[in-house]
Design a protein. Structure first.
Length: 465
């Protein structure tokens, strides 16, 4: 009797398991019409939502943003099977799901993101200091740019339209406890572009008097208690030509319009130019920015959807698309995307205010990234500091939500020590390098291509300024 009862119970349990699996499977295939993004504690989280559709030869991607409460209706999305991807910046996990999309008949899907690293707990805040809106040549209105900055996990950001401060008031209406919108201008001269961070009045881009006008531009920015940053100084047609005029406060070494390093890209990005300036004995703080003109990443997505048409519309893509290894180099870059905060600058701040941000930029106290987080100290000091002695003791935390490859210490422009990494985090790692004959060092972090980050420099001894 007991055997029969146990057999019956086992049969009932087995049927229950099968039914449960069927229900779970049905729920997994239930069509999605909207996404609700939350943190692990259930708090709403603004985020970027992407639908990645299979394509030949490259995937097609639709980009959406949640509102301030983490809700994202998939209005205008295609119907069918797609990969859903949700992002909230480098300090958070990237959630990836296979879903069935039906904007008309589907239901809301809850997506939870995990915080991978608490930058605020270490005194660091993320910002983008170079963005555009419809006040100049951007595609989104200032308020939309500001709103989407929160979705990308930015703590602060400067709106820097060309020769315009008209969008500042609208842009700043989106201020929130977790986001500080700041005003600026891109001074667009024929001899280089200058970011004027913090200006409230337009600075003239006239450089008919050459170096004298460039000095005047820096002076007028300084008179507004603002900061001067040389933007994308190595990009053809926009290169900075007055390196003998050193009145700038910082240099933008990485700009979102190109991958970060390797061959051709080191010619248009300014990482190696920065190293050259450091080798000349100059102390040059650096930042990295998106130079965003379209929150929806149209530049890269157009290249993936219609390579030949994109090349005809923008000759810059012709150079990239004709690279012999474009599928390994350009396609991952285009798929990753160029969004607000790609690149971004992470600064160690005493307080999140305009004055605090400008002071940290000028001090070089932070790192530049398009993905990896690299927090490092050298002999117990933060980036931008002067160190001394024969040996540099480096402690670092490295993490990347797309995977890490290595961390490299660069001394006077050359790799001095490398730690190979396999995974998403390396916390509390230590290195020691000889600096007996060194002048400066930085710490670089490499993730899955094209993920890259670099700290500002530490200066060894009494480097000539």
């Amino acid at each position: 009797m007991h055997l029969r009862r146990n057999s019956l119970l086992s049969l009932v349990a087995a049927i229950a398991v099968v039914l449960s699996a069927c229900v779970t499977g049905a729920q997994a295939q239930e069509a999605v019409a909207a996404v609700q993004v939350v943190a692990e504690d259930g708090a709403p989280l603004p985020a970027r939502v992407q639908l990645i559709w299979p394509g030949d030869p490259y995937p097609d991607i639709q980009v959406f943003f949640t509102d301030s409460h983490g809700l994202c209706p998939l209005t205008g999305a295609r119907t069918g099977q797609a990969d859903l991807q949700v992002n909230h910046g480098p300090a958070w996990s990237i959630e990836r799901l296979q879903v069935s999309v039906d904007p008309a008949k589907g239901r809301k899907r809850l997506v939870t993101l995990k915080r991978l690293y608490d930058l605020h707990a270490h005194g660091y805040y993320q910002g983008d200091c170079h963005m555009h809106s419809t006040s100049s040549d951007g595609r989104q209105k200032p308020a939309e740019v500001s709103s989407h900055c929160r979705c990308e996990g930015l703590d602060f950001a400067f709106l820097t339209d060309h020769e315009s401060v008209a969008g500042h008031d609208e842009y700043k209406t989106q201020a929130a406890p977790d986001f500080l919108p700041l005003g600026g201008q891109e001074v667009t001269t024929k001899q280089g572009h200058i970011l004027a961070l913090g200006v409230t009045e337009v600075v003239s881009p006239d450089v008919s008097n050459g170096a004298d006008d460039m000095r005047r531009i820096f002076r007028q920015i300084r008179e507004q208690n603002a900061l001067s940053v040389v933007a994308h100084p190595c990009v053809p047609t926009m290169s900075y030509v007055h390196w003998d005029v050193e009145d700038y406060d910082a240099v933008e070494i990485l700009n979102g319009s190109a991958p970060p390093y390797m061959g051709l890209f080191d010619l248009v990005q300014a990482r190696l130019k920065w190293h050259a300036l450091l080798n000349e004995g100059k102390r040059v703080p650096v930042i990295g920015n998106s130079d965003n003109h379209d929150n929806y990443n149209s530049f890269a997505l157009d290249a993936l959807r219609d390579p030949q048409g994109a090349v005809k519309r923008d000759r810059r893509l012709g150079i990239l698309w004709n690279l012999p290894n474009r599928d390994e180099i350009i396609v991952p870059w285009g798929t990753k995307g160029l969004f607000l905060g790609t690149y971004r600058t992470c600064l160690k701040l005493d307080d999140l205010s305009q004055a605090g941000v400008l002071a940290a930029i000028k001090a070089g106290c932070g790192f530049v990234t398009n993905g990896p987080i690299i927090l490092a100290t050298v002999n117990g000091t933060d980036p931008g500091s002067e160190i001394s002695g024969q040996t540099a003791h480096i402690q670092f935390d490295a993490i990347c939500n797309r995977g890490l490859e290595r961390v490299t210490v660069v001394v006077d422009g050359k790799p001095a020590e490398t730690v190979d990494l396999d995974g998403t985090e390396a916390l509390g790692q230590e290195l020691t390098v000889d600096i007996s004959e060194a002048h400066w060092l930085t710490v670089e972090c490499y993730g899955t291509w094209p993920d890259f980050a670099t700290t500002n420099a530490w200066y060894v001894g009494q480097t000539e300024q």
